[in-house]
Design a protein around this ligand. Structure first.
Ligand code: NAD
Length: 411
């Protein structure tokens, strides 16, 4: 099932649990605006090439729309739509005053030079600058984009509208980015894990963890789990997978990755088949890479007791059902990885106030938001007698529905 079908299915299930009016349900599902633009740029060799870019603005009932911009060959309107909708529910679950949006350009950023990426980003910004803005739609980085991409968008946007640091988040610190933003998603994953384990009378210390993906989210989550005494017994990335049943020394692995660019040949563990990583015996499995990695082909073999969805949409609906029947507790993506957008909100607040916070304040506020959201989700689970995924969806959808009705919805 593709990401949009799965997201729509979860939304409809939540709407049924909440007993939403069918017209309101339909209205909440349909995006506010879909933008498609053609971006033609000269390549470094002088030839012209055209890329298609999208921005889907899903909902703004609770505030300006918010979401990343992805550069990836497989970006298409369906995927951007699904991710924009997920952002609407995610910002509502985190209780930050935003709606949801997402953008992307169908391109392979690894095959473009830095100057080509800059030209592409500037042309994309020229085409959408009238439709984004500090109080309208605030982009951020996603797969294939980074702080530098946000710096180019900020610069191009500011040519039309004057200096506007709050128009994007995830910026370089020197341009108004927030301390703690880079680690925020991984740190939020760890706060979410702590909240879940505490509910089960457990803590990170001495529990075993398997982490798929060792990029921004996975490496920060691994580092913070290691610091708290958790045993990370297996890690993978696109270059391979390693395991050590006694616990991998994560600071040493980070150094190895930094110096070689790969997990291969790390002396502190044995290499393993990456396909087997997801079905290893462990307490907690944290997918931090791609969507759809837990599916009907492998779900029955998963041995973890807890799954923390740090990646977006890592569990197919079929796998969700199989895992739930097995008693595996799944912390859903729209809550588990909300730490990034929460600190993006702090960055926007700091830019608007013109007053920057120290890192301790960012981290302690993040912990407050993540812990409060977990309590709110658990409350919905009790009220509606549902699992954590539906607890999160009903929490998010209900907040957006309430805001929509308060603004003057007529059935
Ligand atoms: P990233 O590009 O920094 O890292 C991705 C990691 O996944 C890399 O280590 C890569 O090698 C690995 N990977 C790719 N294919 C793999 C495969 N087949 N098997 C194992 N590993 C593989 O990306 P990120 O920012 O860490 O994002 C990871 C996930 O978290 C994505 O699903 C993203 O949408 C989600 N997410 C990220 C943020 C954020 O703030 N970065 C926020 C919310 C959600």
């Amino acid at each position: 099932m593709n990401a949009l079908a799965a997201t729509n299915r979860n939304f409809r299930h939540a709407a049924r649990i909440l007993g939403l009016d069918s017209k309101l349900e339909r209205s909440l599902l349909i995006p506010f605006r879909e933008i498609k633009v053609e971006c033609t740029i000269p390549k470094d060799d002088g030839s012209l090439v055209t890329y298609v870019g999208f921005r889907v603005q899903h909902d703004n009932a609770r505030g300006p729309m918010k979401g990343g911009i992805r550069y990836h060959p497989e970006v298409d309107l369906d995927e951007v739509n699904a991710l924009a909708q997920l952002m609407t529910w995610k910002t509502a679950v985190a209780d930050i005053p935003y709606g949801g949006a997402k953008g992307g350009i169908g391109c392979s950023p690894r095959d473009l030079s830095k100057s080509e990426l800059e030209r592409l980003t500037r042309v994309f910004t020229q085409k959408i600058h009238d439709l984004i803005g500090i109080h309208a739609d605030v982009p951020a980085p996603d797969m294939g984009t980074n702080a530098q991409t946000m710096a180019w968008i900020l610069d191009e946007y500011s040519k039309f509208h004057g200096h506007s640091p709050a128009v994007v988040t995830g910026k370089p610190i020197d341009l108004g980015g927030s301390l703690g933003r880079e680690a925020a998603t991984g740190r939020g994953v760890v706060f979410a894990t702590e909240a879940l384990l505490a509910e089960h009378g457990k803590s990170i210390k001495n529990m075993t963890f398997v982490i798929q993906g060792f990029g921004n989210v996975g490496s920060w989550a691994a580092k913070l789990i290691h610091e708290r005494g958790g045993k990370v017994i297996a890690v993978s990335d696109i270059t391979g997978a390693i395991r050590n049943p006694n616990g991998i020394n994560i600071p040493e692995l980070l150094q190895h990755k930094e110096s070689t660019g790969s997990l291969k040949e790390f002396q502190g563990g044995d290499s393993m088949n990456p396909d087997e990583l997801l079905i290893l015996e462990c307490d907690v499995l944290i997918p931090c890479a791609l969507g759809g990695v837990l599916n009907r082909d492998n779900a029955a073999d998963v041995k973890a007791k807890f799954i923390i969805e740090a990646a977006n949409h890592p569990t197919d609906p079929e796998a969700d059902e199989i895992l739930s029947k097995k008693g595996v507790v799944i912390l859903p993506d729209i809550y588990a990885n909300a730490g990034g957008v929460t600190v993006s909100y702090f960055e926007w607040v700091q830019n608007i106030q013109g007053f920057m916070w120290d890192e301790d304040k960012v981290n302690s506020e993040l912990q407050k938001y993540m812990t409060r959201a977990f309590r709110n989700i658990k409350n919905m689970c009790q009220v509606h007698d549902c699992n954590l995924r539906m607890g999160a969806f009903t929490l998010g959808v209900n907040r957006v529905a309430r805001a929509t009705i308060l603004r003057g919805w007529e059935a």
